[in-house]
Design a protein around this ligand. Structure first.
Ligand code: SF4
Ligand code: SF4
Length: 369
């Protein structure tokens, strides 16, 4: 480890003072290295980058049309939490949900941040475009976004409400809610935008983006939806722990059944994993203890644009898709030998068909097109 990669005792003492032990901090850095696709060798560099960043990049976190679920997910992340580390390296100057101030005082803080500029603008929630349907301090939310995005260095749309309207924009969308990218186009503002789709956002995705920026000095590579490829480059189905059951044709047909107890594939009870691009199976939630499918629920596709309408009803299988299987019963070794090649080919063809149906295929380097 080079001298410049050494974390100072002062910094470690400061963490200790906040109740974060050195060992846990380095463990956290190791997990973060894996998160952004780097080897363990990068742990000292990440630790040093986090210390350097304790200069604290200012952040303004705006809440528009949403249930503040992304803030909740963030502040409830567990020890040593994404929230603790991020709040140590970022200076969250404004977040209505967690700040103590209220009323006029809050408006003044926002005005001060705007004047100073140079902050990262985190946006949670969709933007109502119907007049009078979303106001902050007597102003239209669209106007607040316009005012605050102007002096920002970059904008991060946190969660599916911010990326494309999410649940508040589900049909019939009476408030004509749109996502941040569309809203900024509408008001002629051009800024680097990172979209972190999911409902709610996974706090570790934000950590990954911030650490990537601190370590490499640039924003991560994005896909055509403005999402970091490191988190949205593969489908849920590609990495699902129940995938072997899908390939063998073992499905849960209804909840409460023996098949459910055996953790069979949830495709027939509505899983949208084959059409959904996100690293949920790898990164999971709540300090990587579990995620939707591990907890027994089908993926409802919340990482995908328009998922609220496109994937409803959530417990209905995707229509028009053939699924693999050997008559619904796992065959013995001899029978399996005869049909395995056919079933495997069918499985691959179906996966390819599903991927094609989602309008995306993989590029040579594994990224989506
Ligand atoms: S259909 Fe869903 S539960 Fe089944 S393997 Fe794919 S992602 Fe997993
Ligand atoms: S597994 Fe599916 S439903 Fe669950 S958070 Fe990920 S994309 Fe959303």
């Amino acid at each position: 480890m080079g001298k410049k990669d050494e974390v100072s005792k002062q910094f470690l003492d400061a963490l200790e003072f906040r109740g974060i032990k050195r060992r846990d901090f380095l463990k956290y850095c190791g997990a973060t290295a894996a998160l952004i696709g780097l080897s363990e060798l990068y742990v000292p560099k990440i630790a040093a980058a986090l210390e350097k960043a304790s200069k604290r990049q200012p952040v303004v976190w705006l809440n528009f049309a949403s249930d503040t679920g992304c803030t909740e997910a963030f502040i409830k992340a567990s020890y040593p939490s994404a929230a603790e580390v991020i709040l140590d390296i970022l200076s969250v100057d404004y977040n209505e949900t967690i700040m103590a101030a209220a009323g006029k005082q809050v408006e003044e803080i926002l005005a001060t941040s705007k004047k100073a500029g140079g902050y990262i603008l985190l946006v949670e929630g969709g933007i109502p475009t119907k007049k009078g349907h979303g106001m902050m301090g007597g102003k239209e939310m669209l106007d607040v976004l316009k005012e605050m995005a102007g002096p920002a260095v970059a904008v991060v749309a946190m969660g599916s409400c911010a990326t494309d309207g999410g649940i508040p924009a589900a049909k019939p969308n009476p408030s004509q809610i749109i996502g941040v990218t569309e809203a900024l186009k509408k008001v002629n503002i051009s800024k680097p935008i990172i979209n972190l789709d999911l409902c709610p956002v996974n706090p570790e995705y934000l950590v990954g983006v911030v650490v990537n920026f601190l370590l490499l000095g640039k924003l991560p590579e994005l896909d055509s939806f403005g999402r970091p490829k490191m988190f949205y480059g593969q489908t849920i189905h590609d990495n699902c722990e129940r995938r072997a059951h899908f390939d063998a044709g073992r499905f849960v047909e209804k909840f409460g059944s023996q098949e459910e107890a055996l953790s069979y594939c949830l495709y027939k009870v509505g899983c949208k994993g084959p059409m959904t691009y996100s690293a949920c199976p790898k990164i999971q939630f709540n300090a990587r203890t579990s995620w939707c499918i591990k907890a027994g629920g089908p993926c409802i596709g919340c990482a995908e644009r328009g998922w609220t309408d496109k994937f409803a009803g959530f417990y209905e299988p995707l229509p028009g898709v053939k699924i693999p299987g050997l008559g619904g019963v796992e065959a013995g070794a001899d029978k399996l030998g005869a049909v395995a090649a056919v079933a495997t080919a069918a499985g691959i063809a179906i996966h390819a068909a599903i991927t094609a149906a989602s309008g995306r295929t993989k590029g040579k380097n594994g990224g989506e097109k």
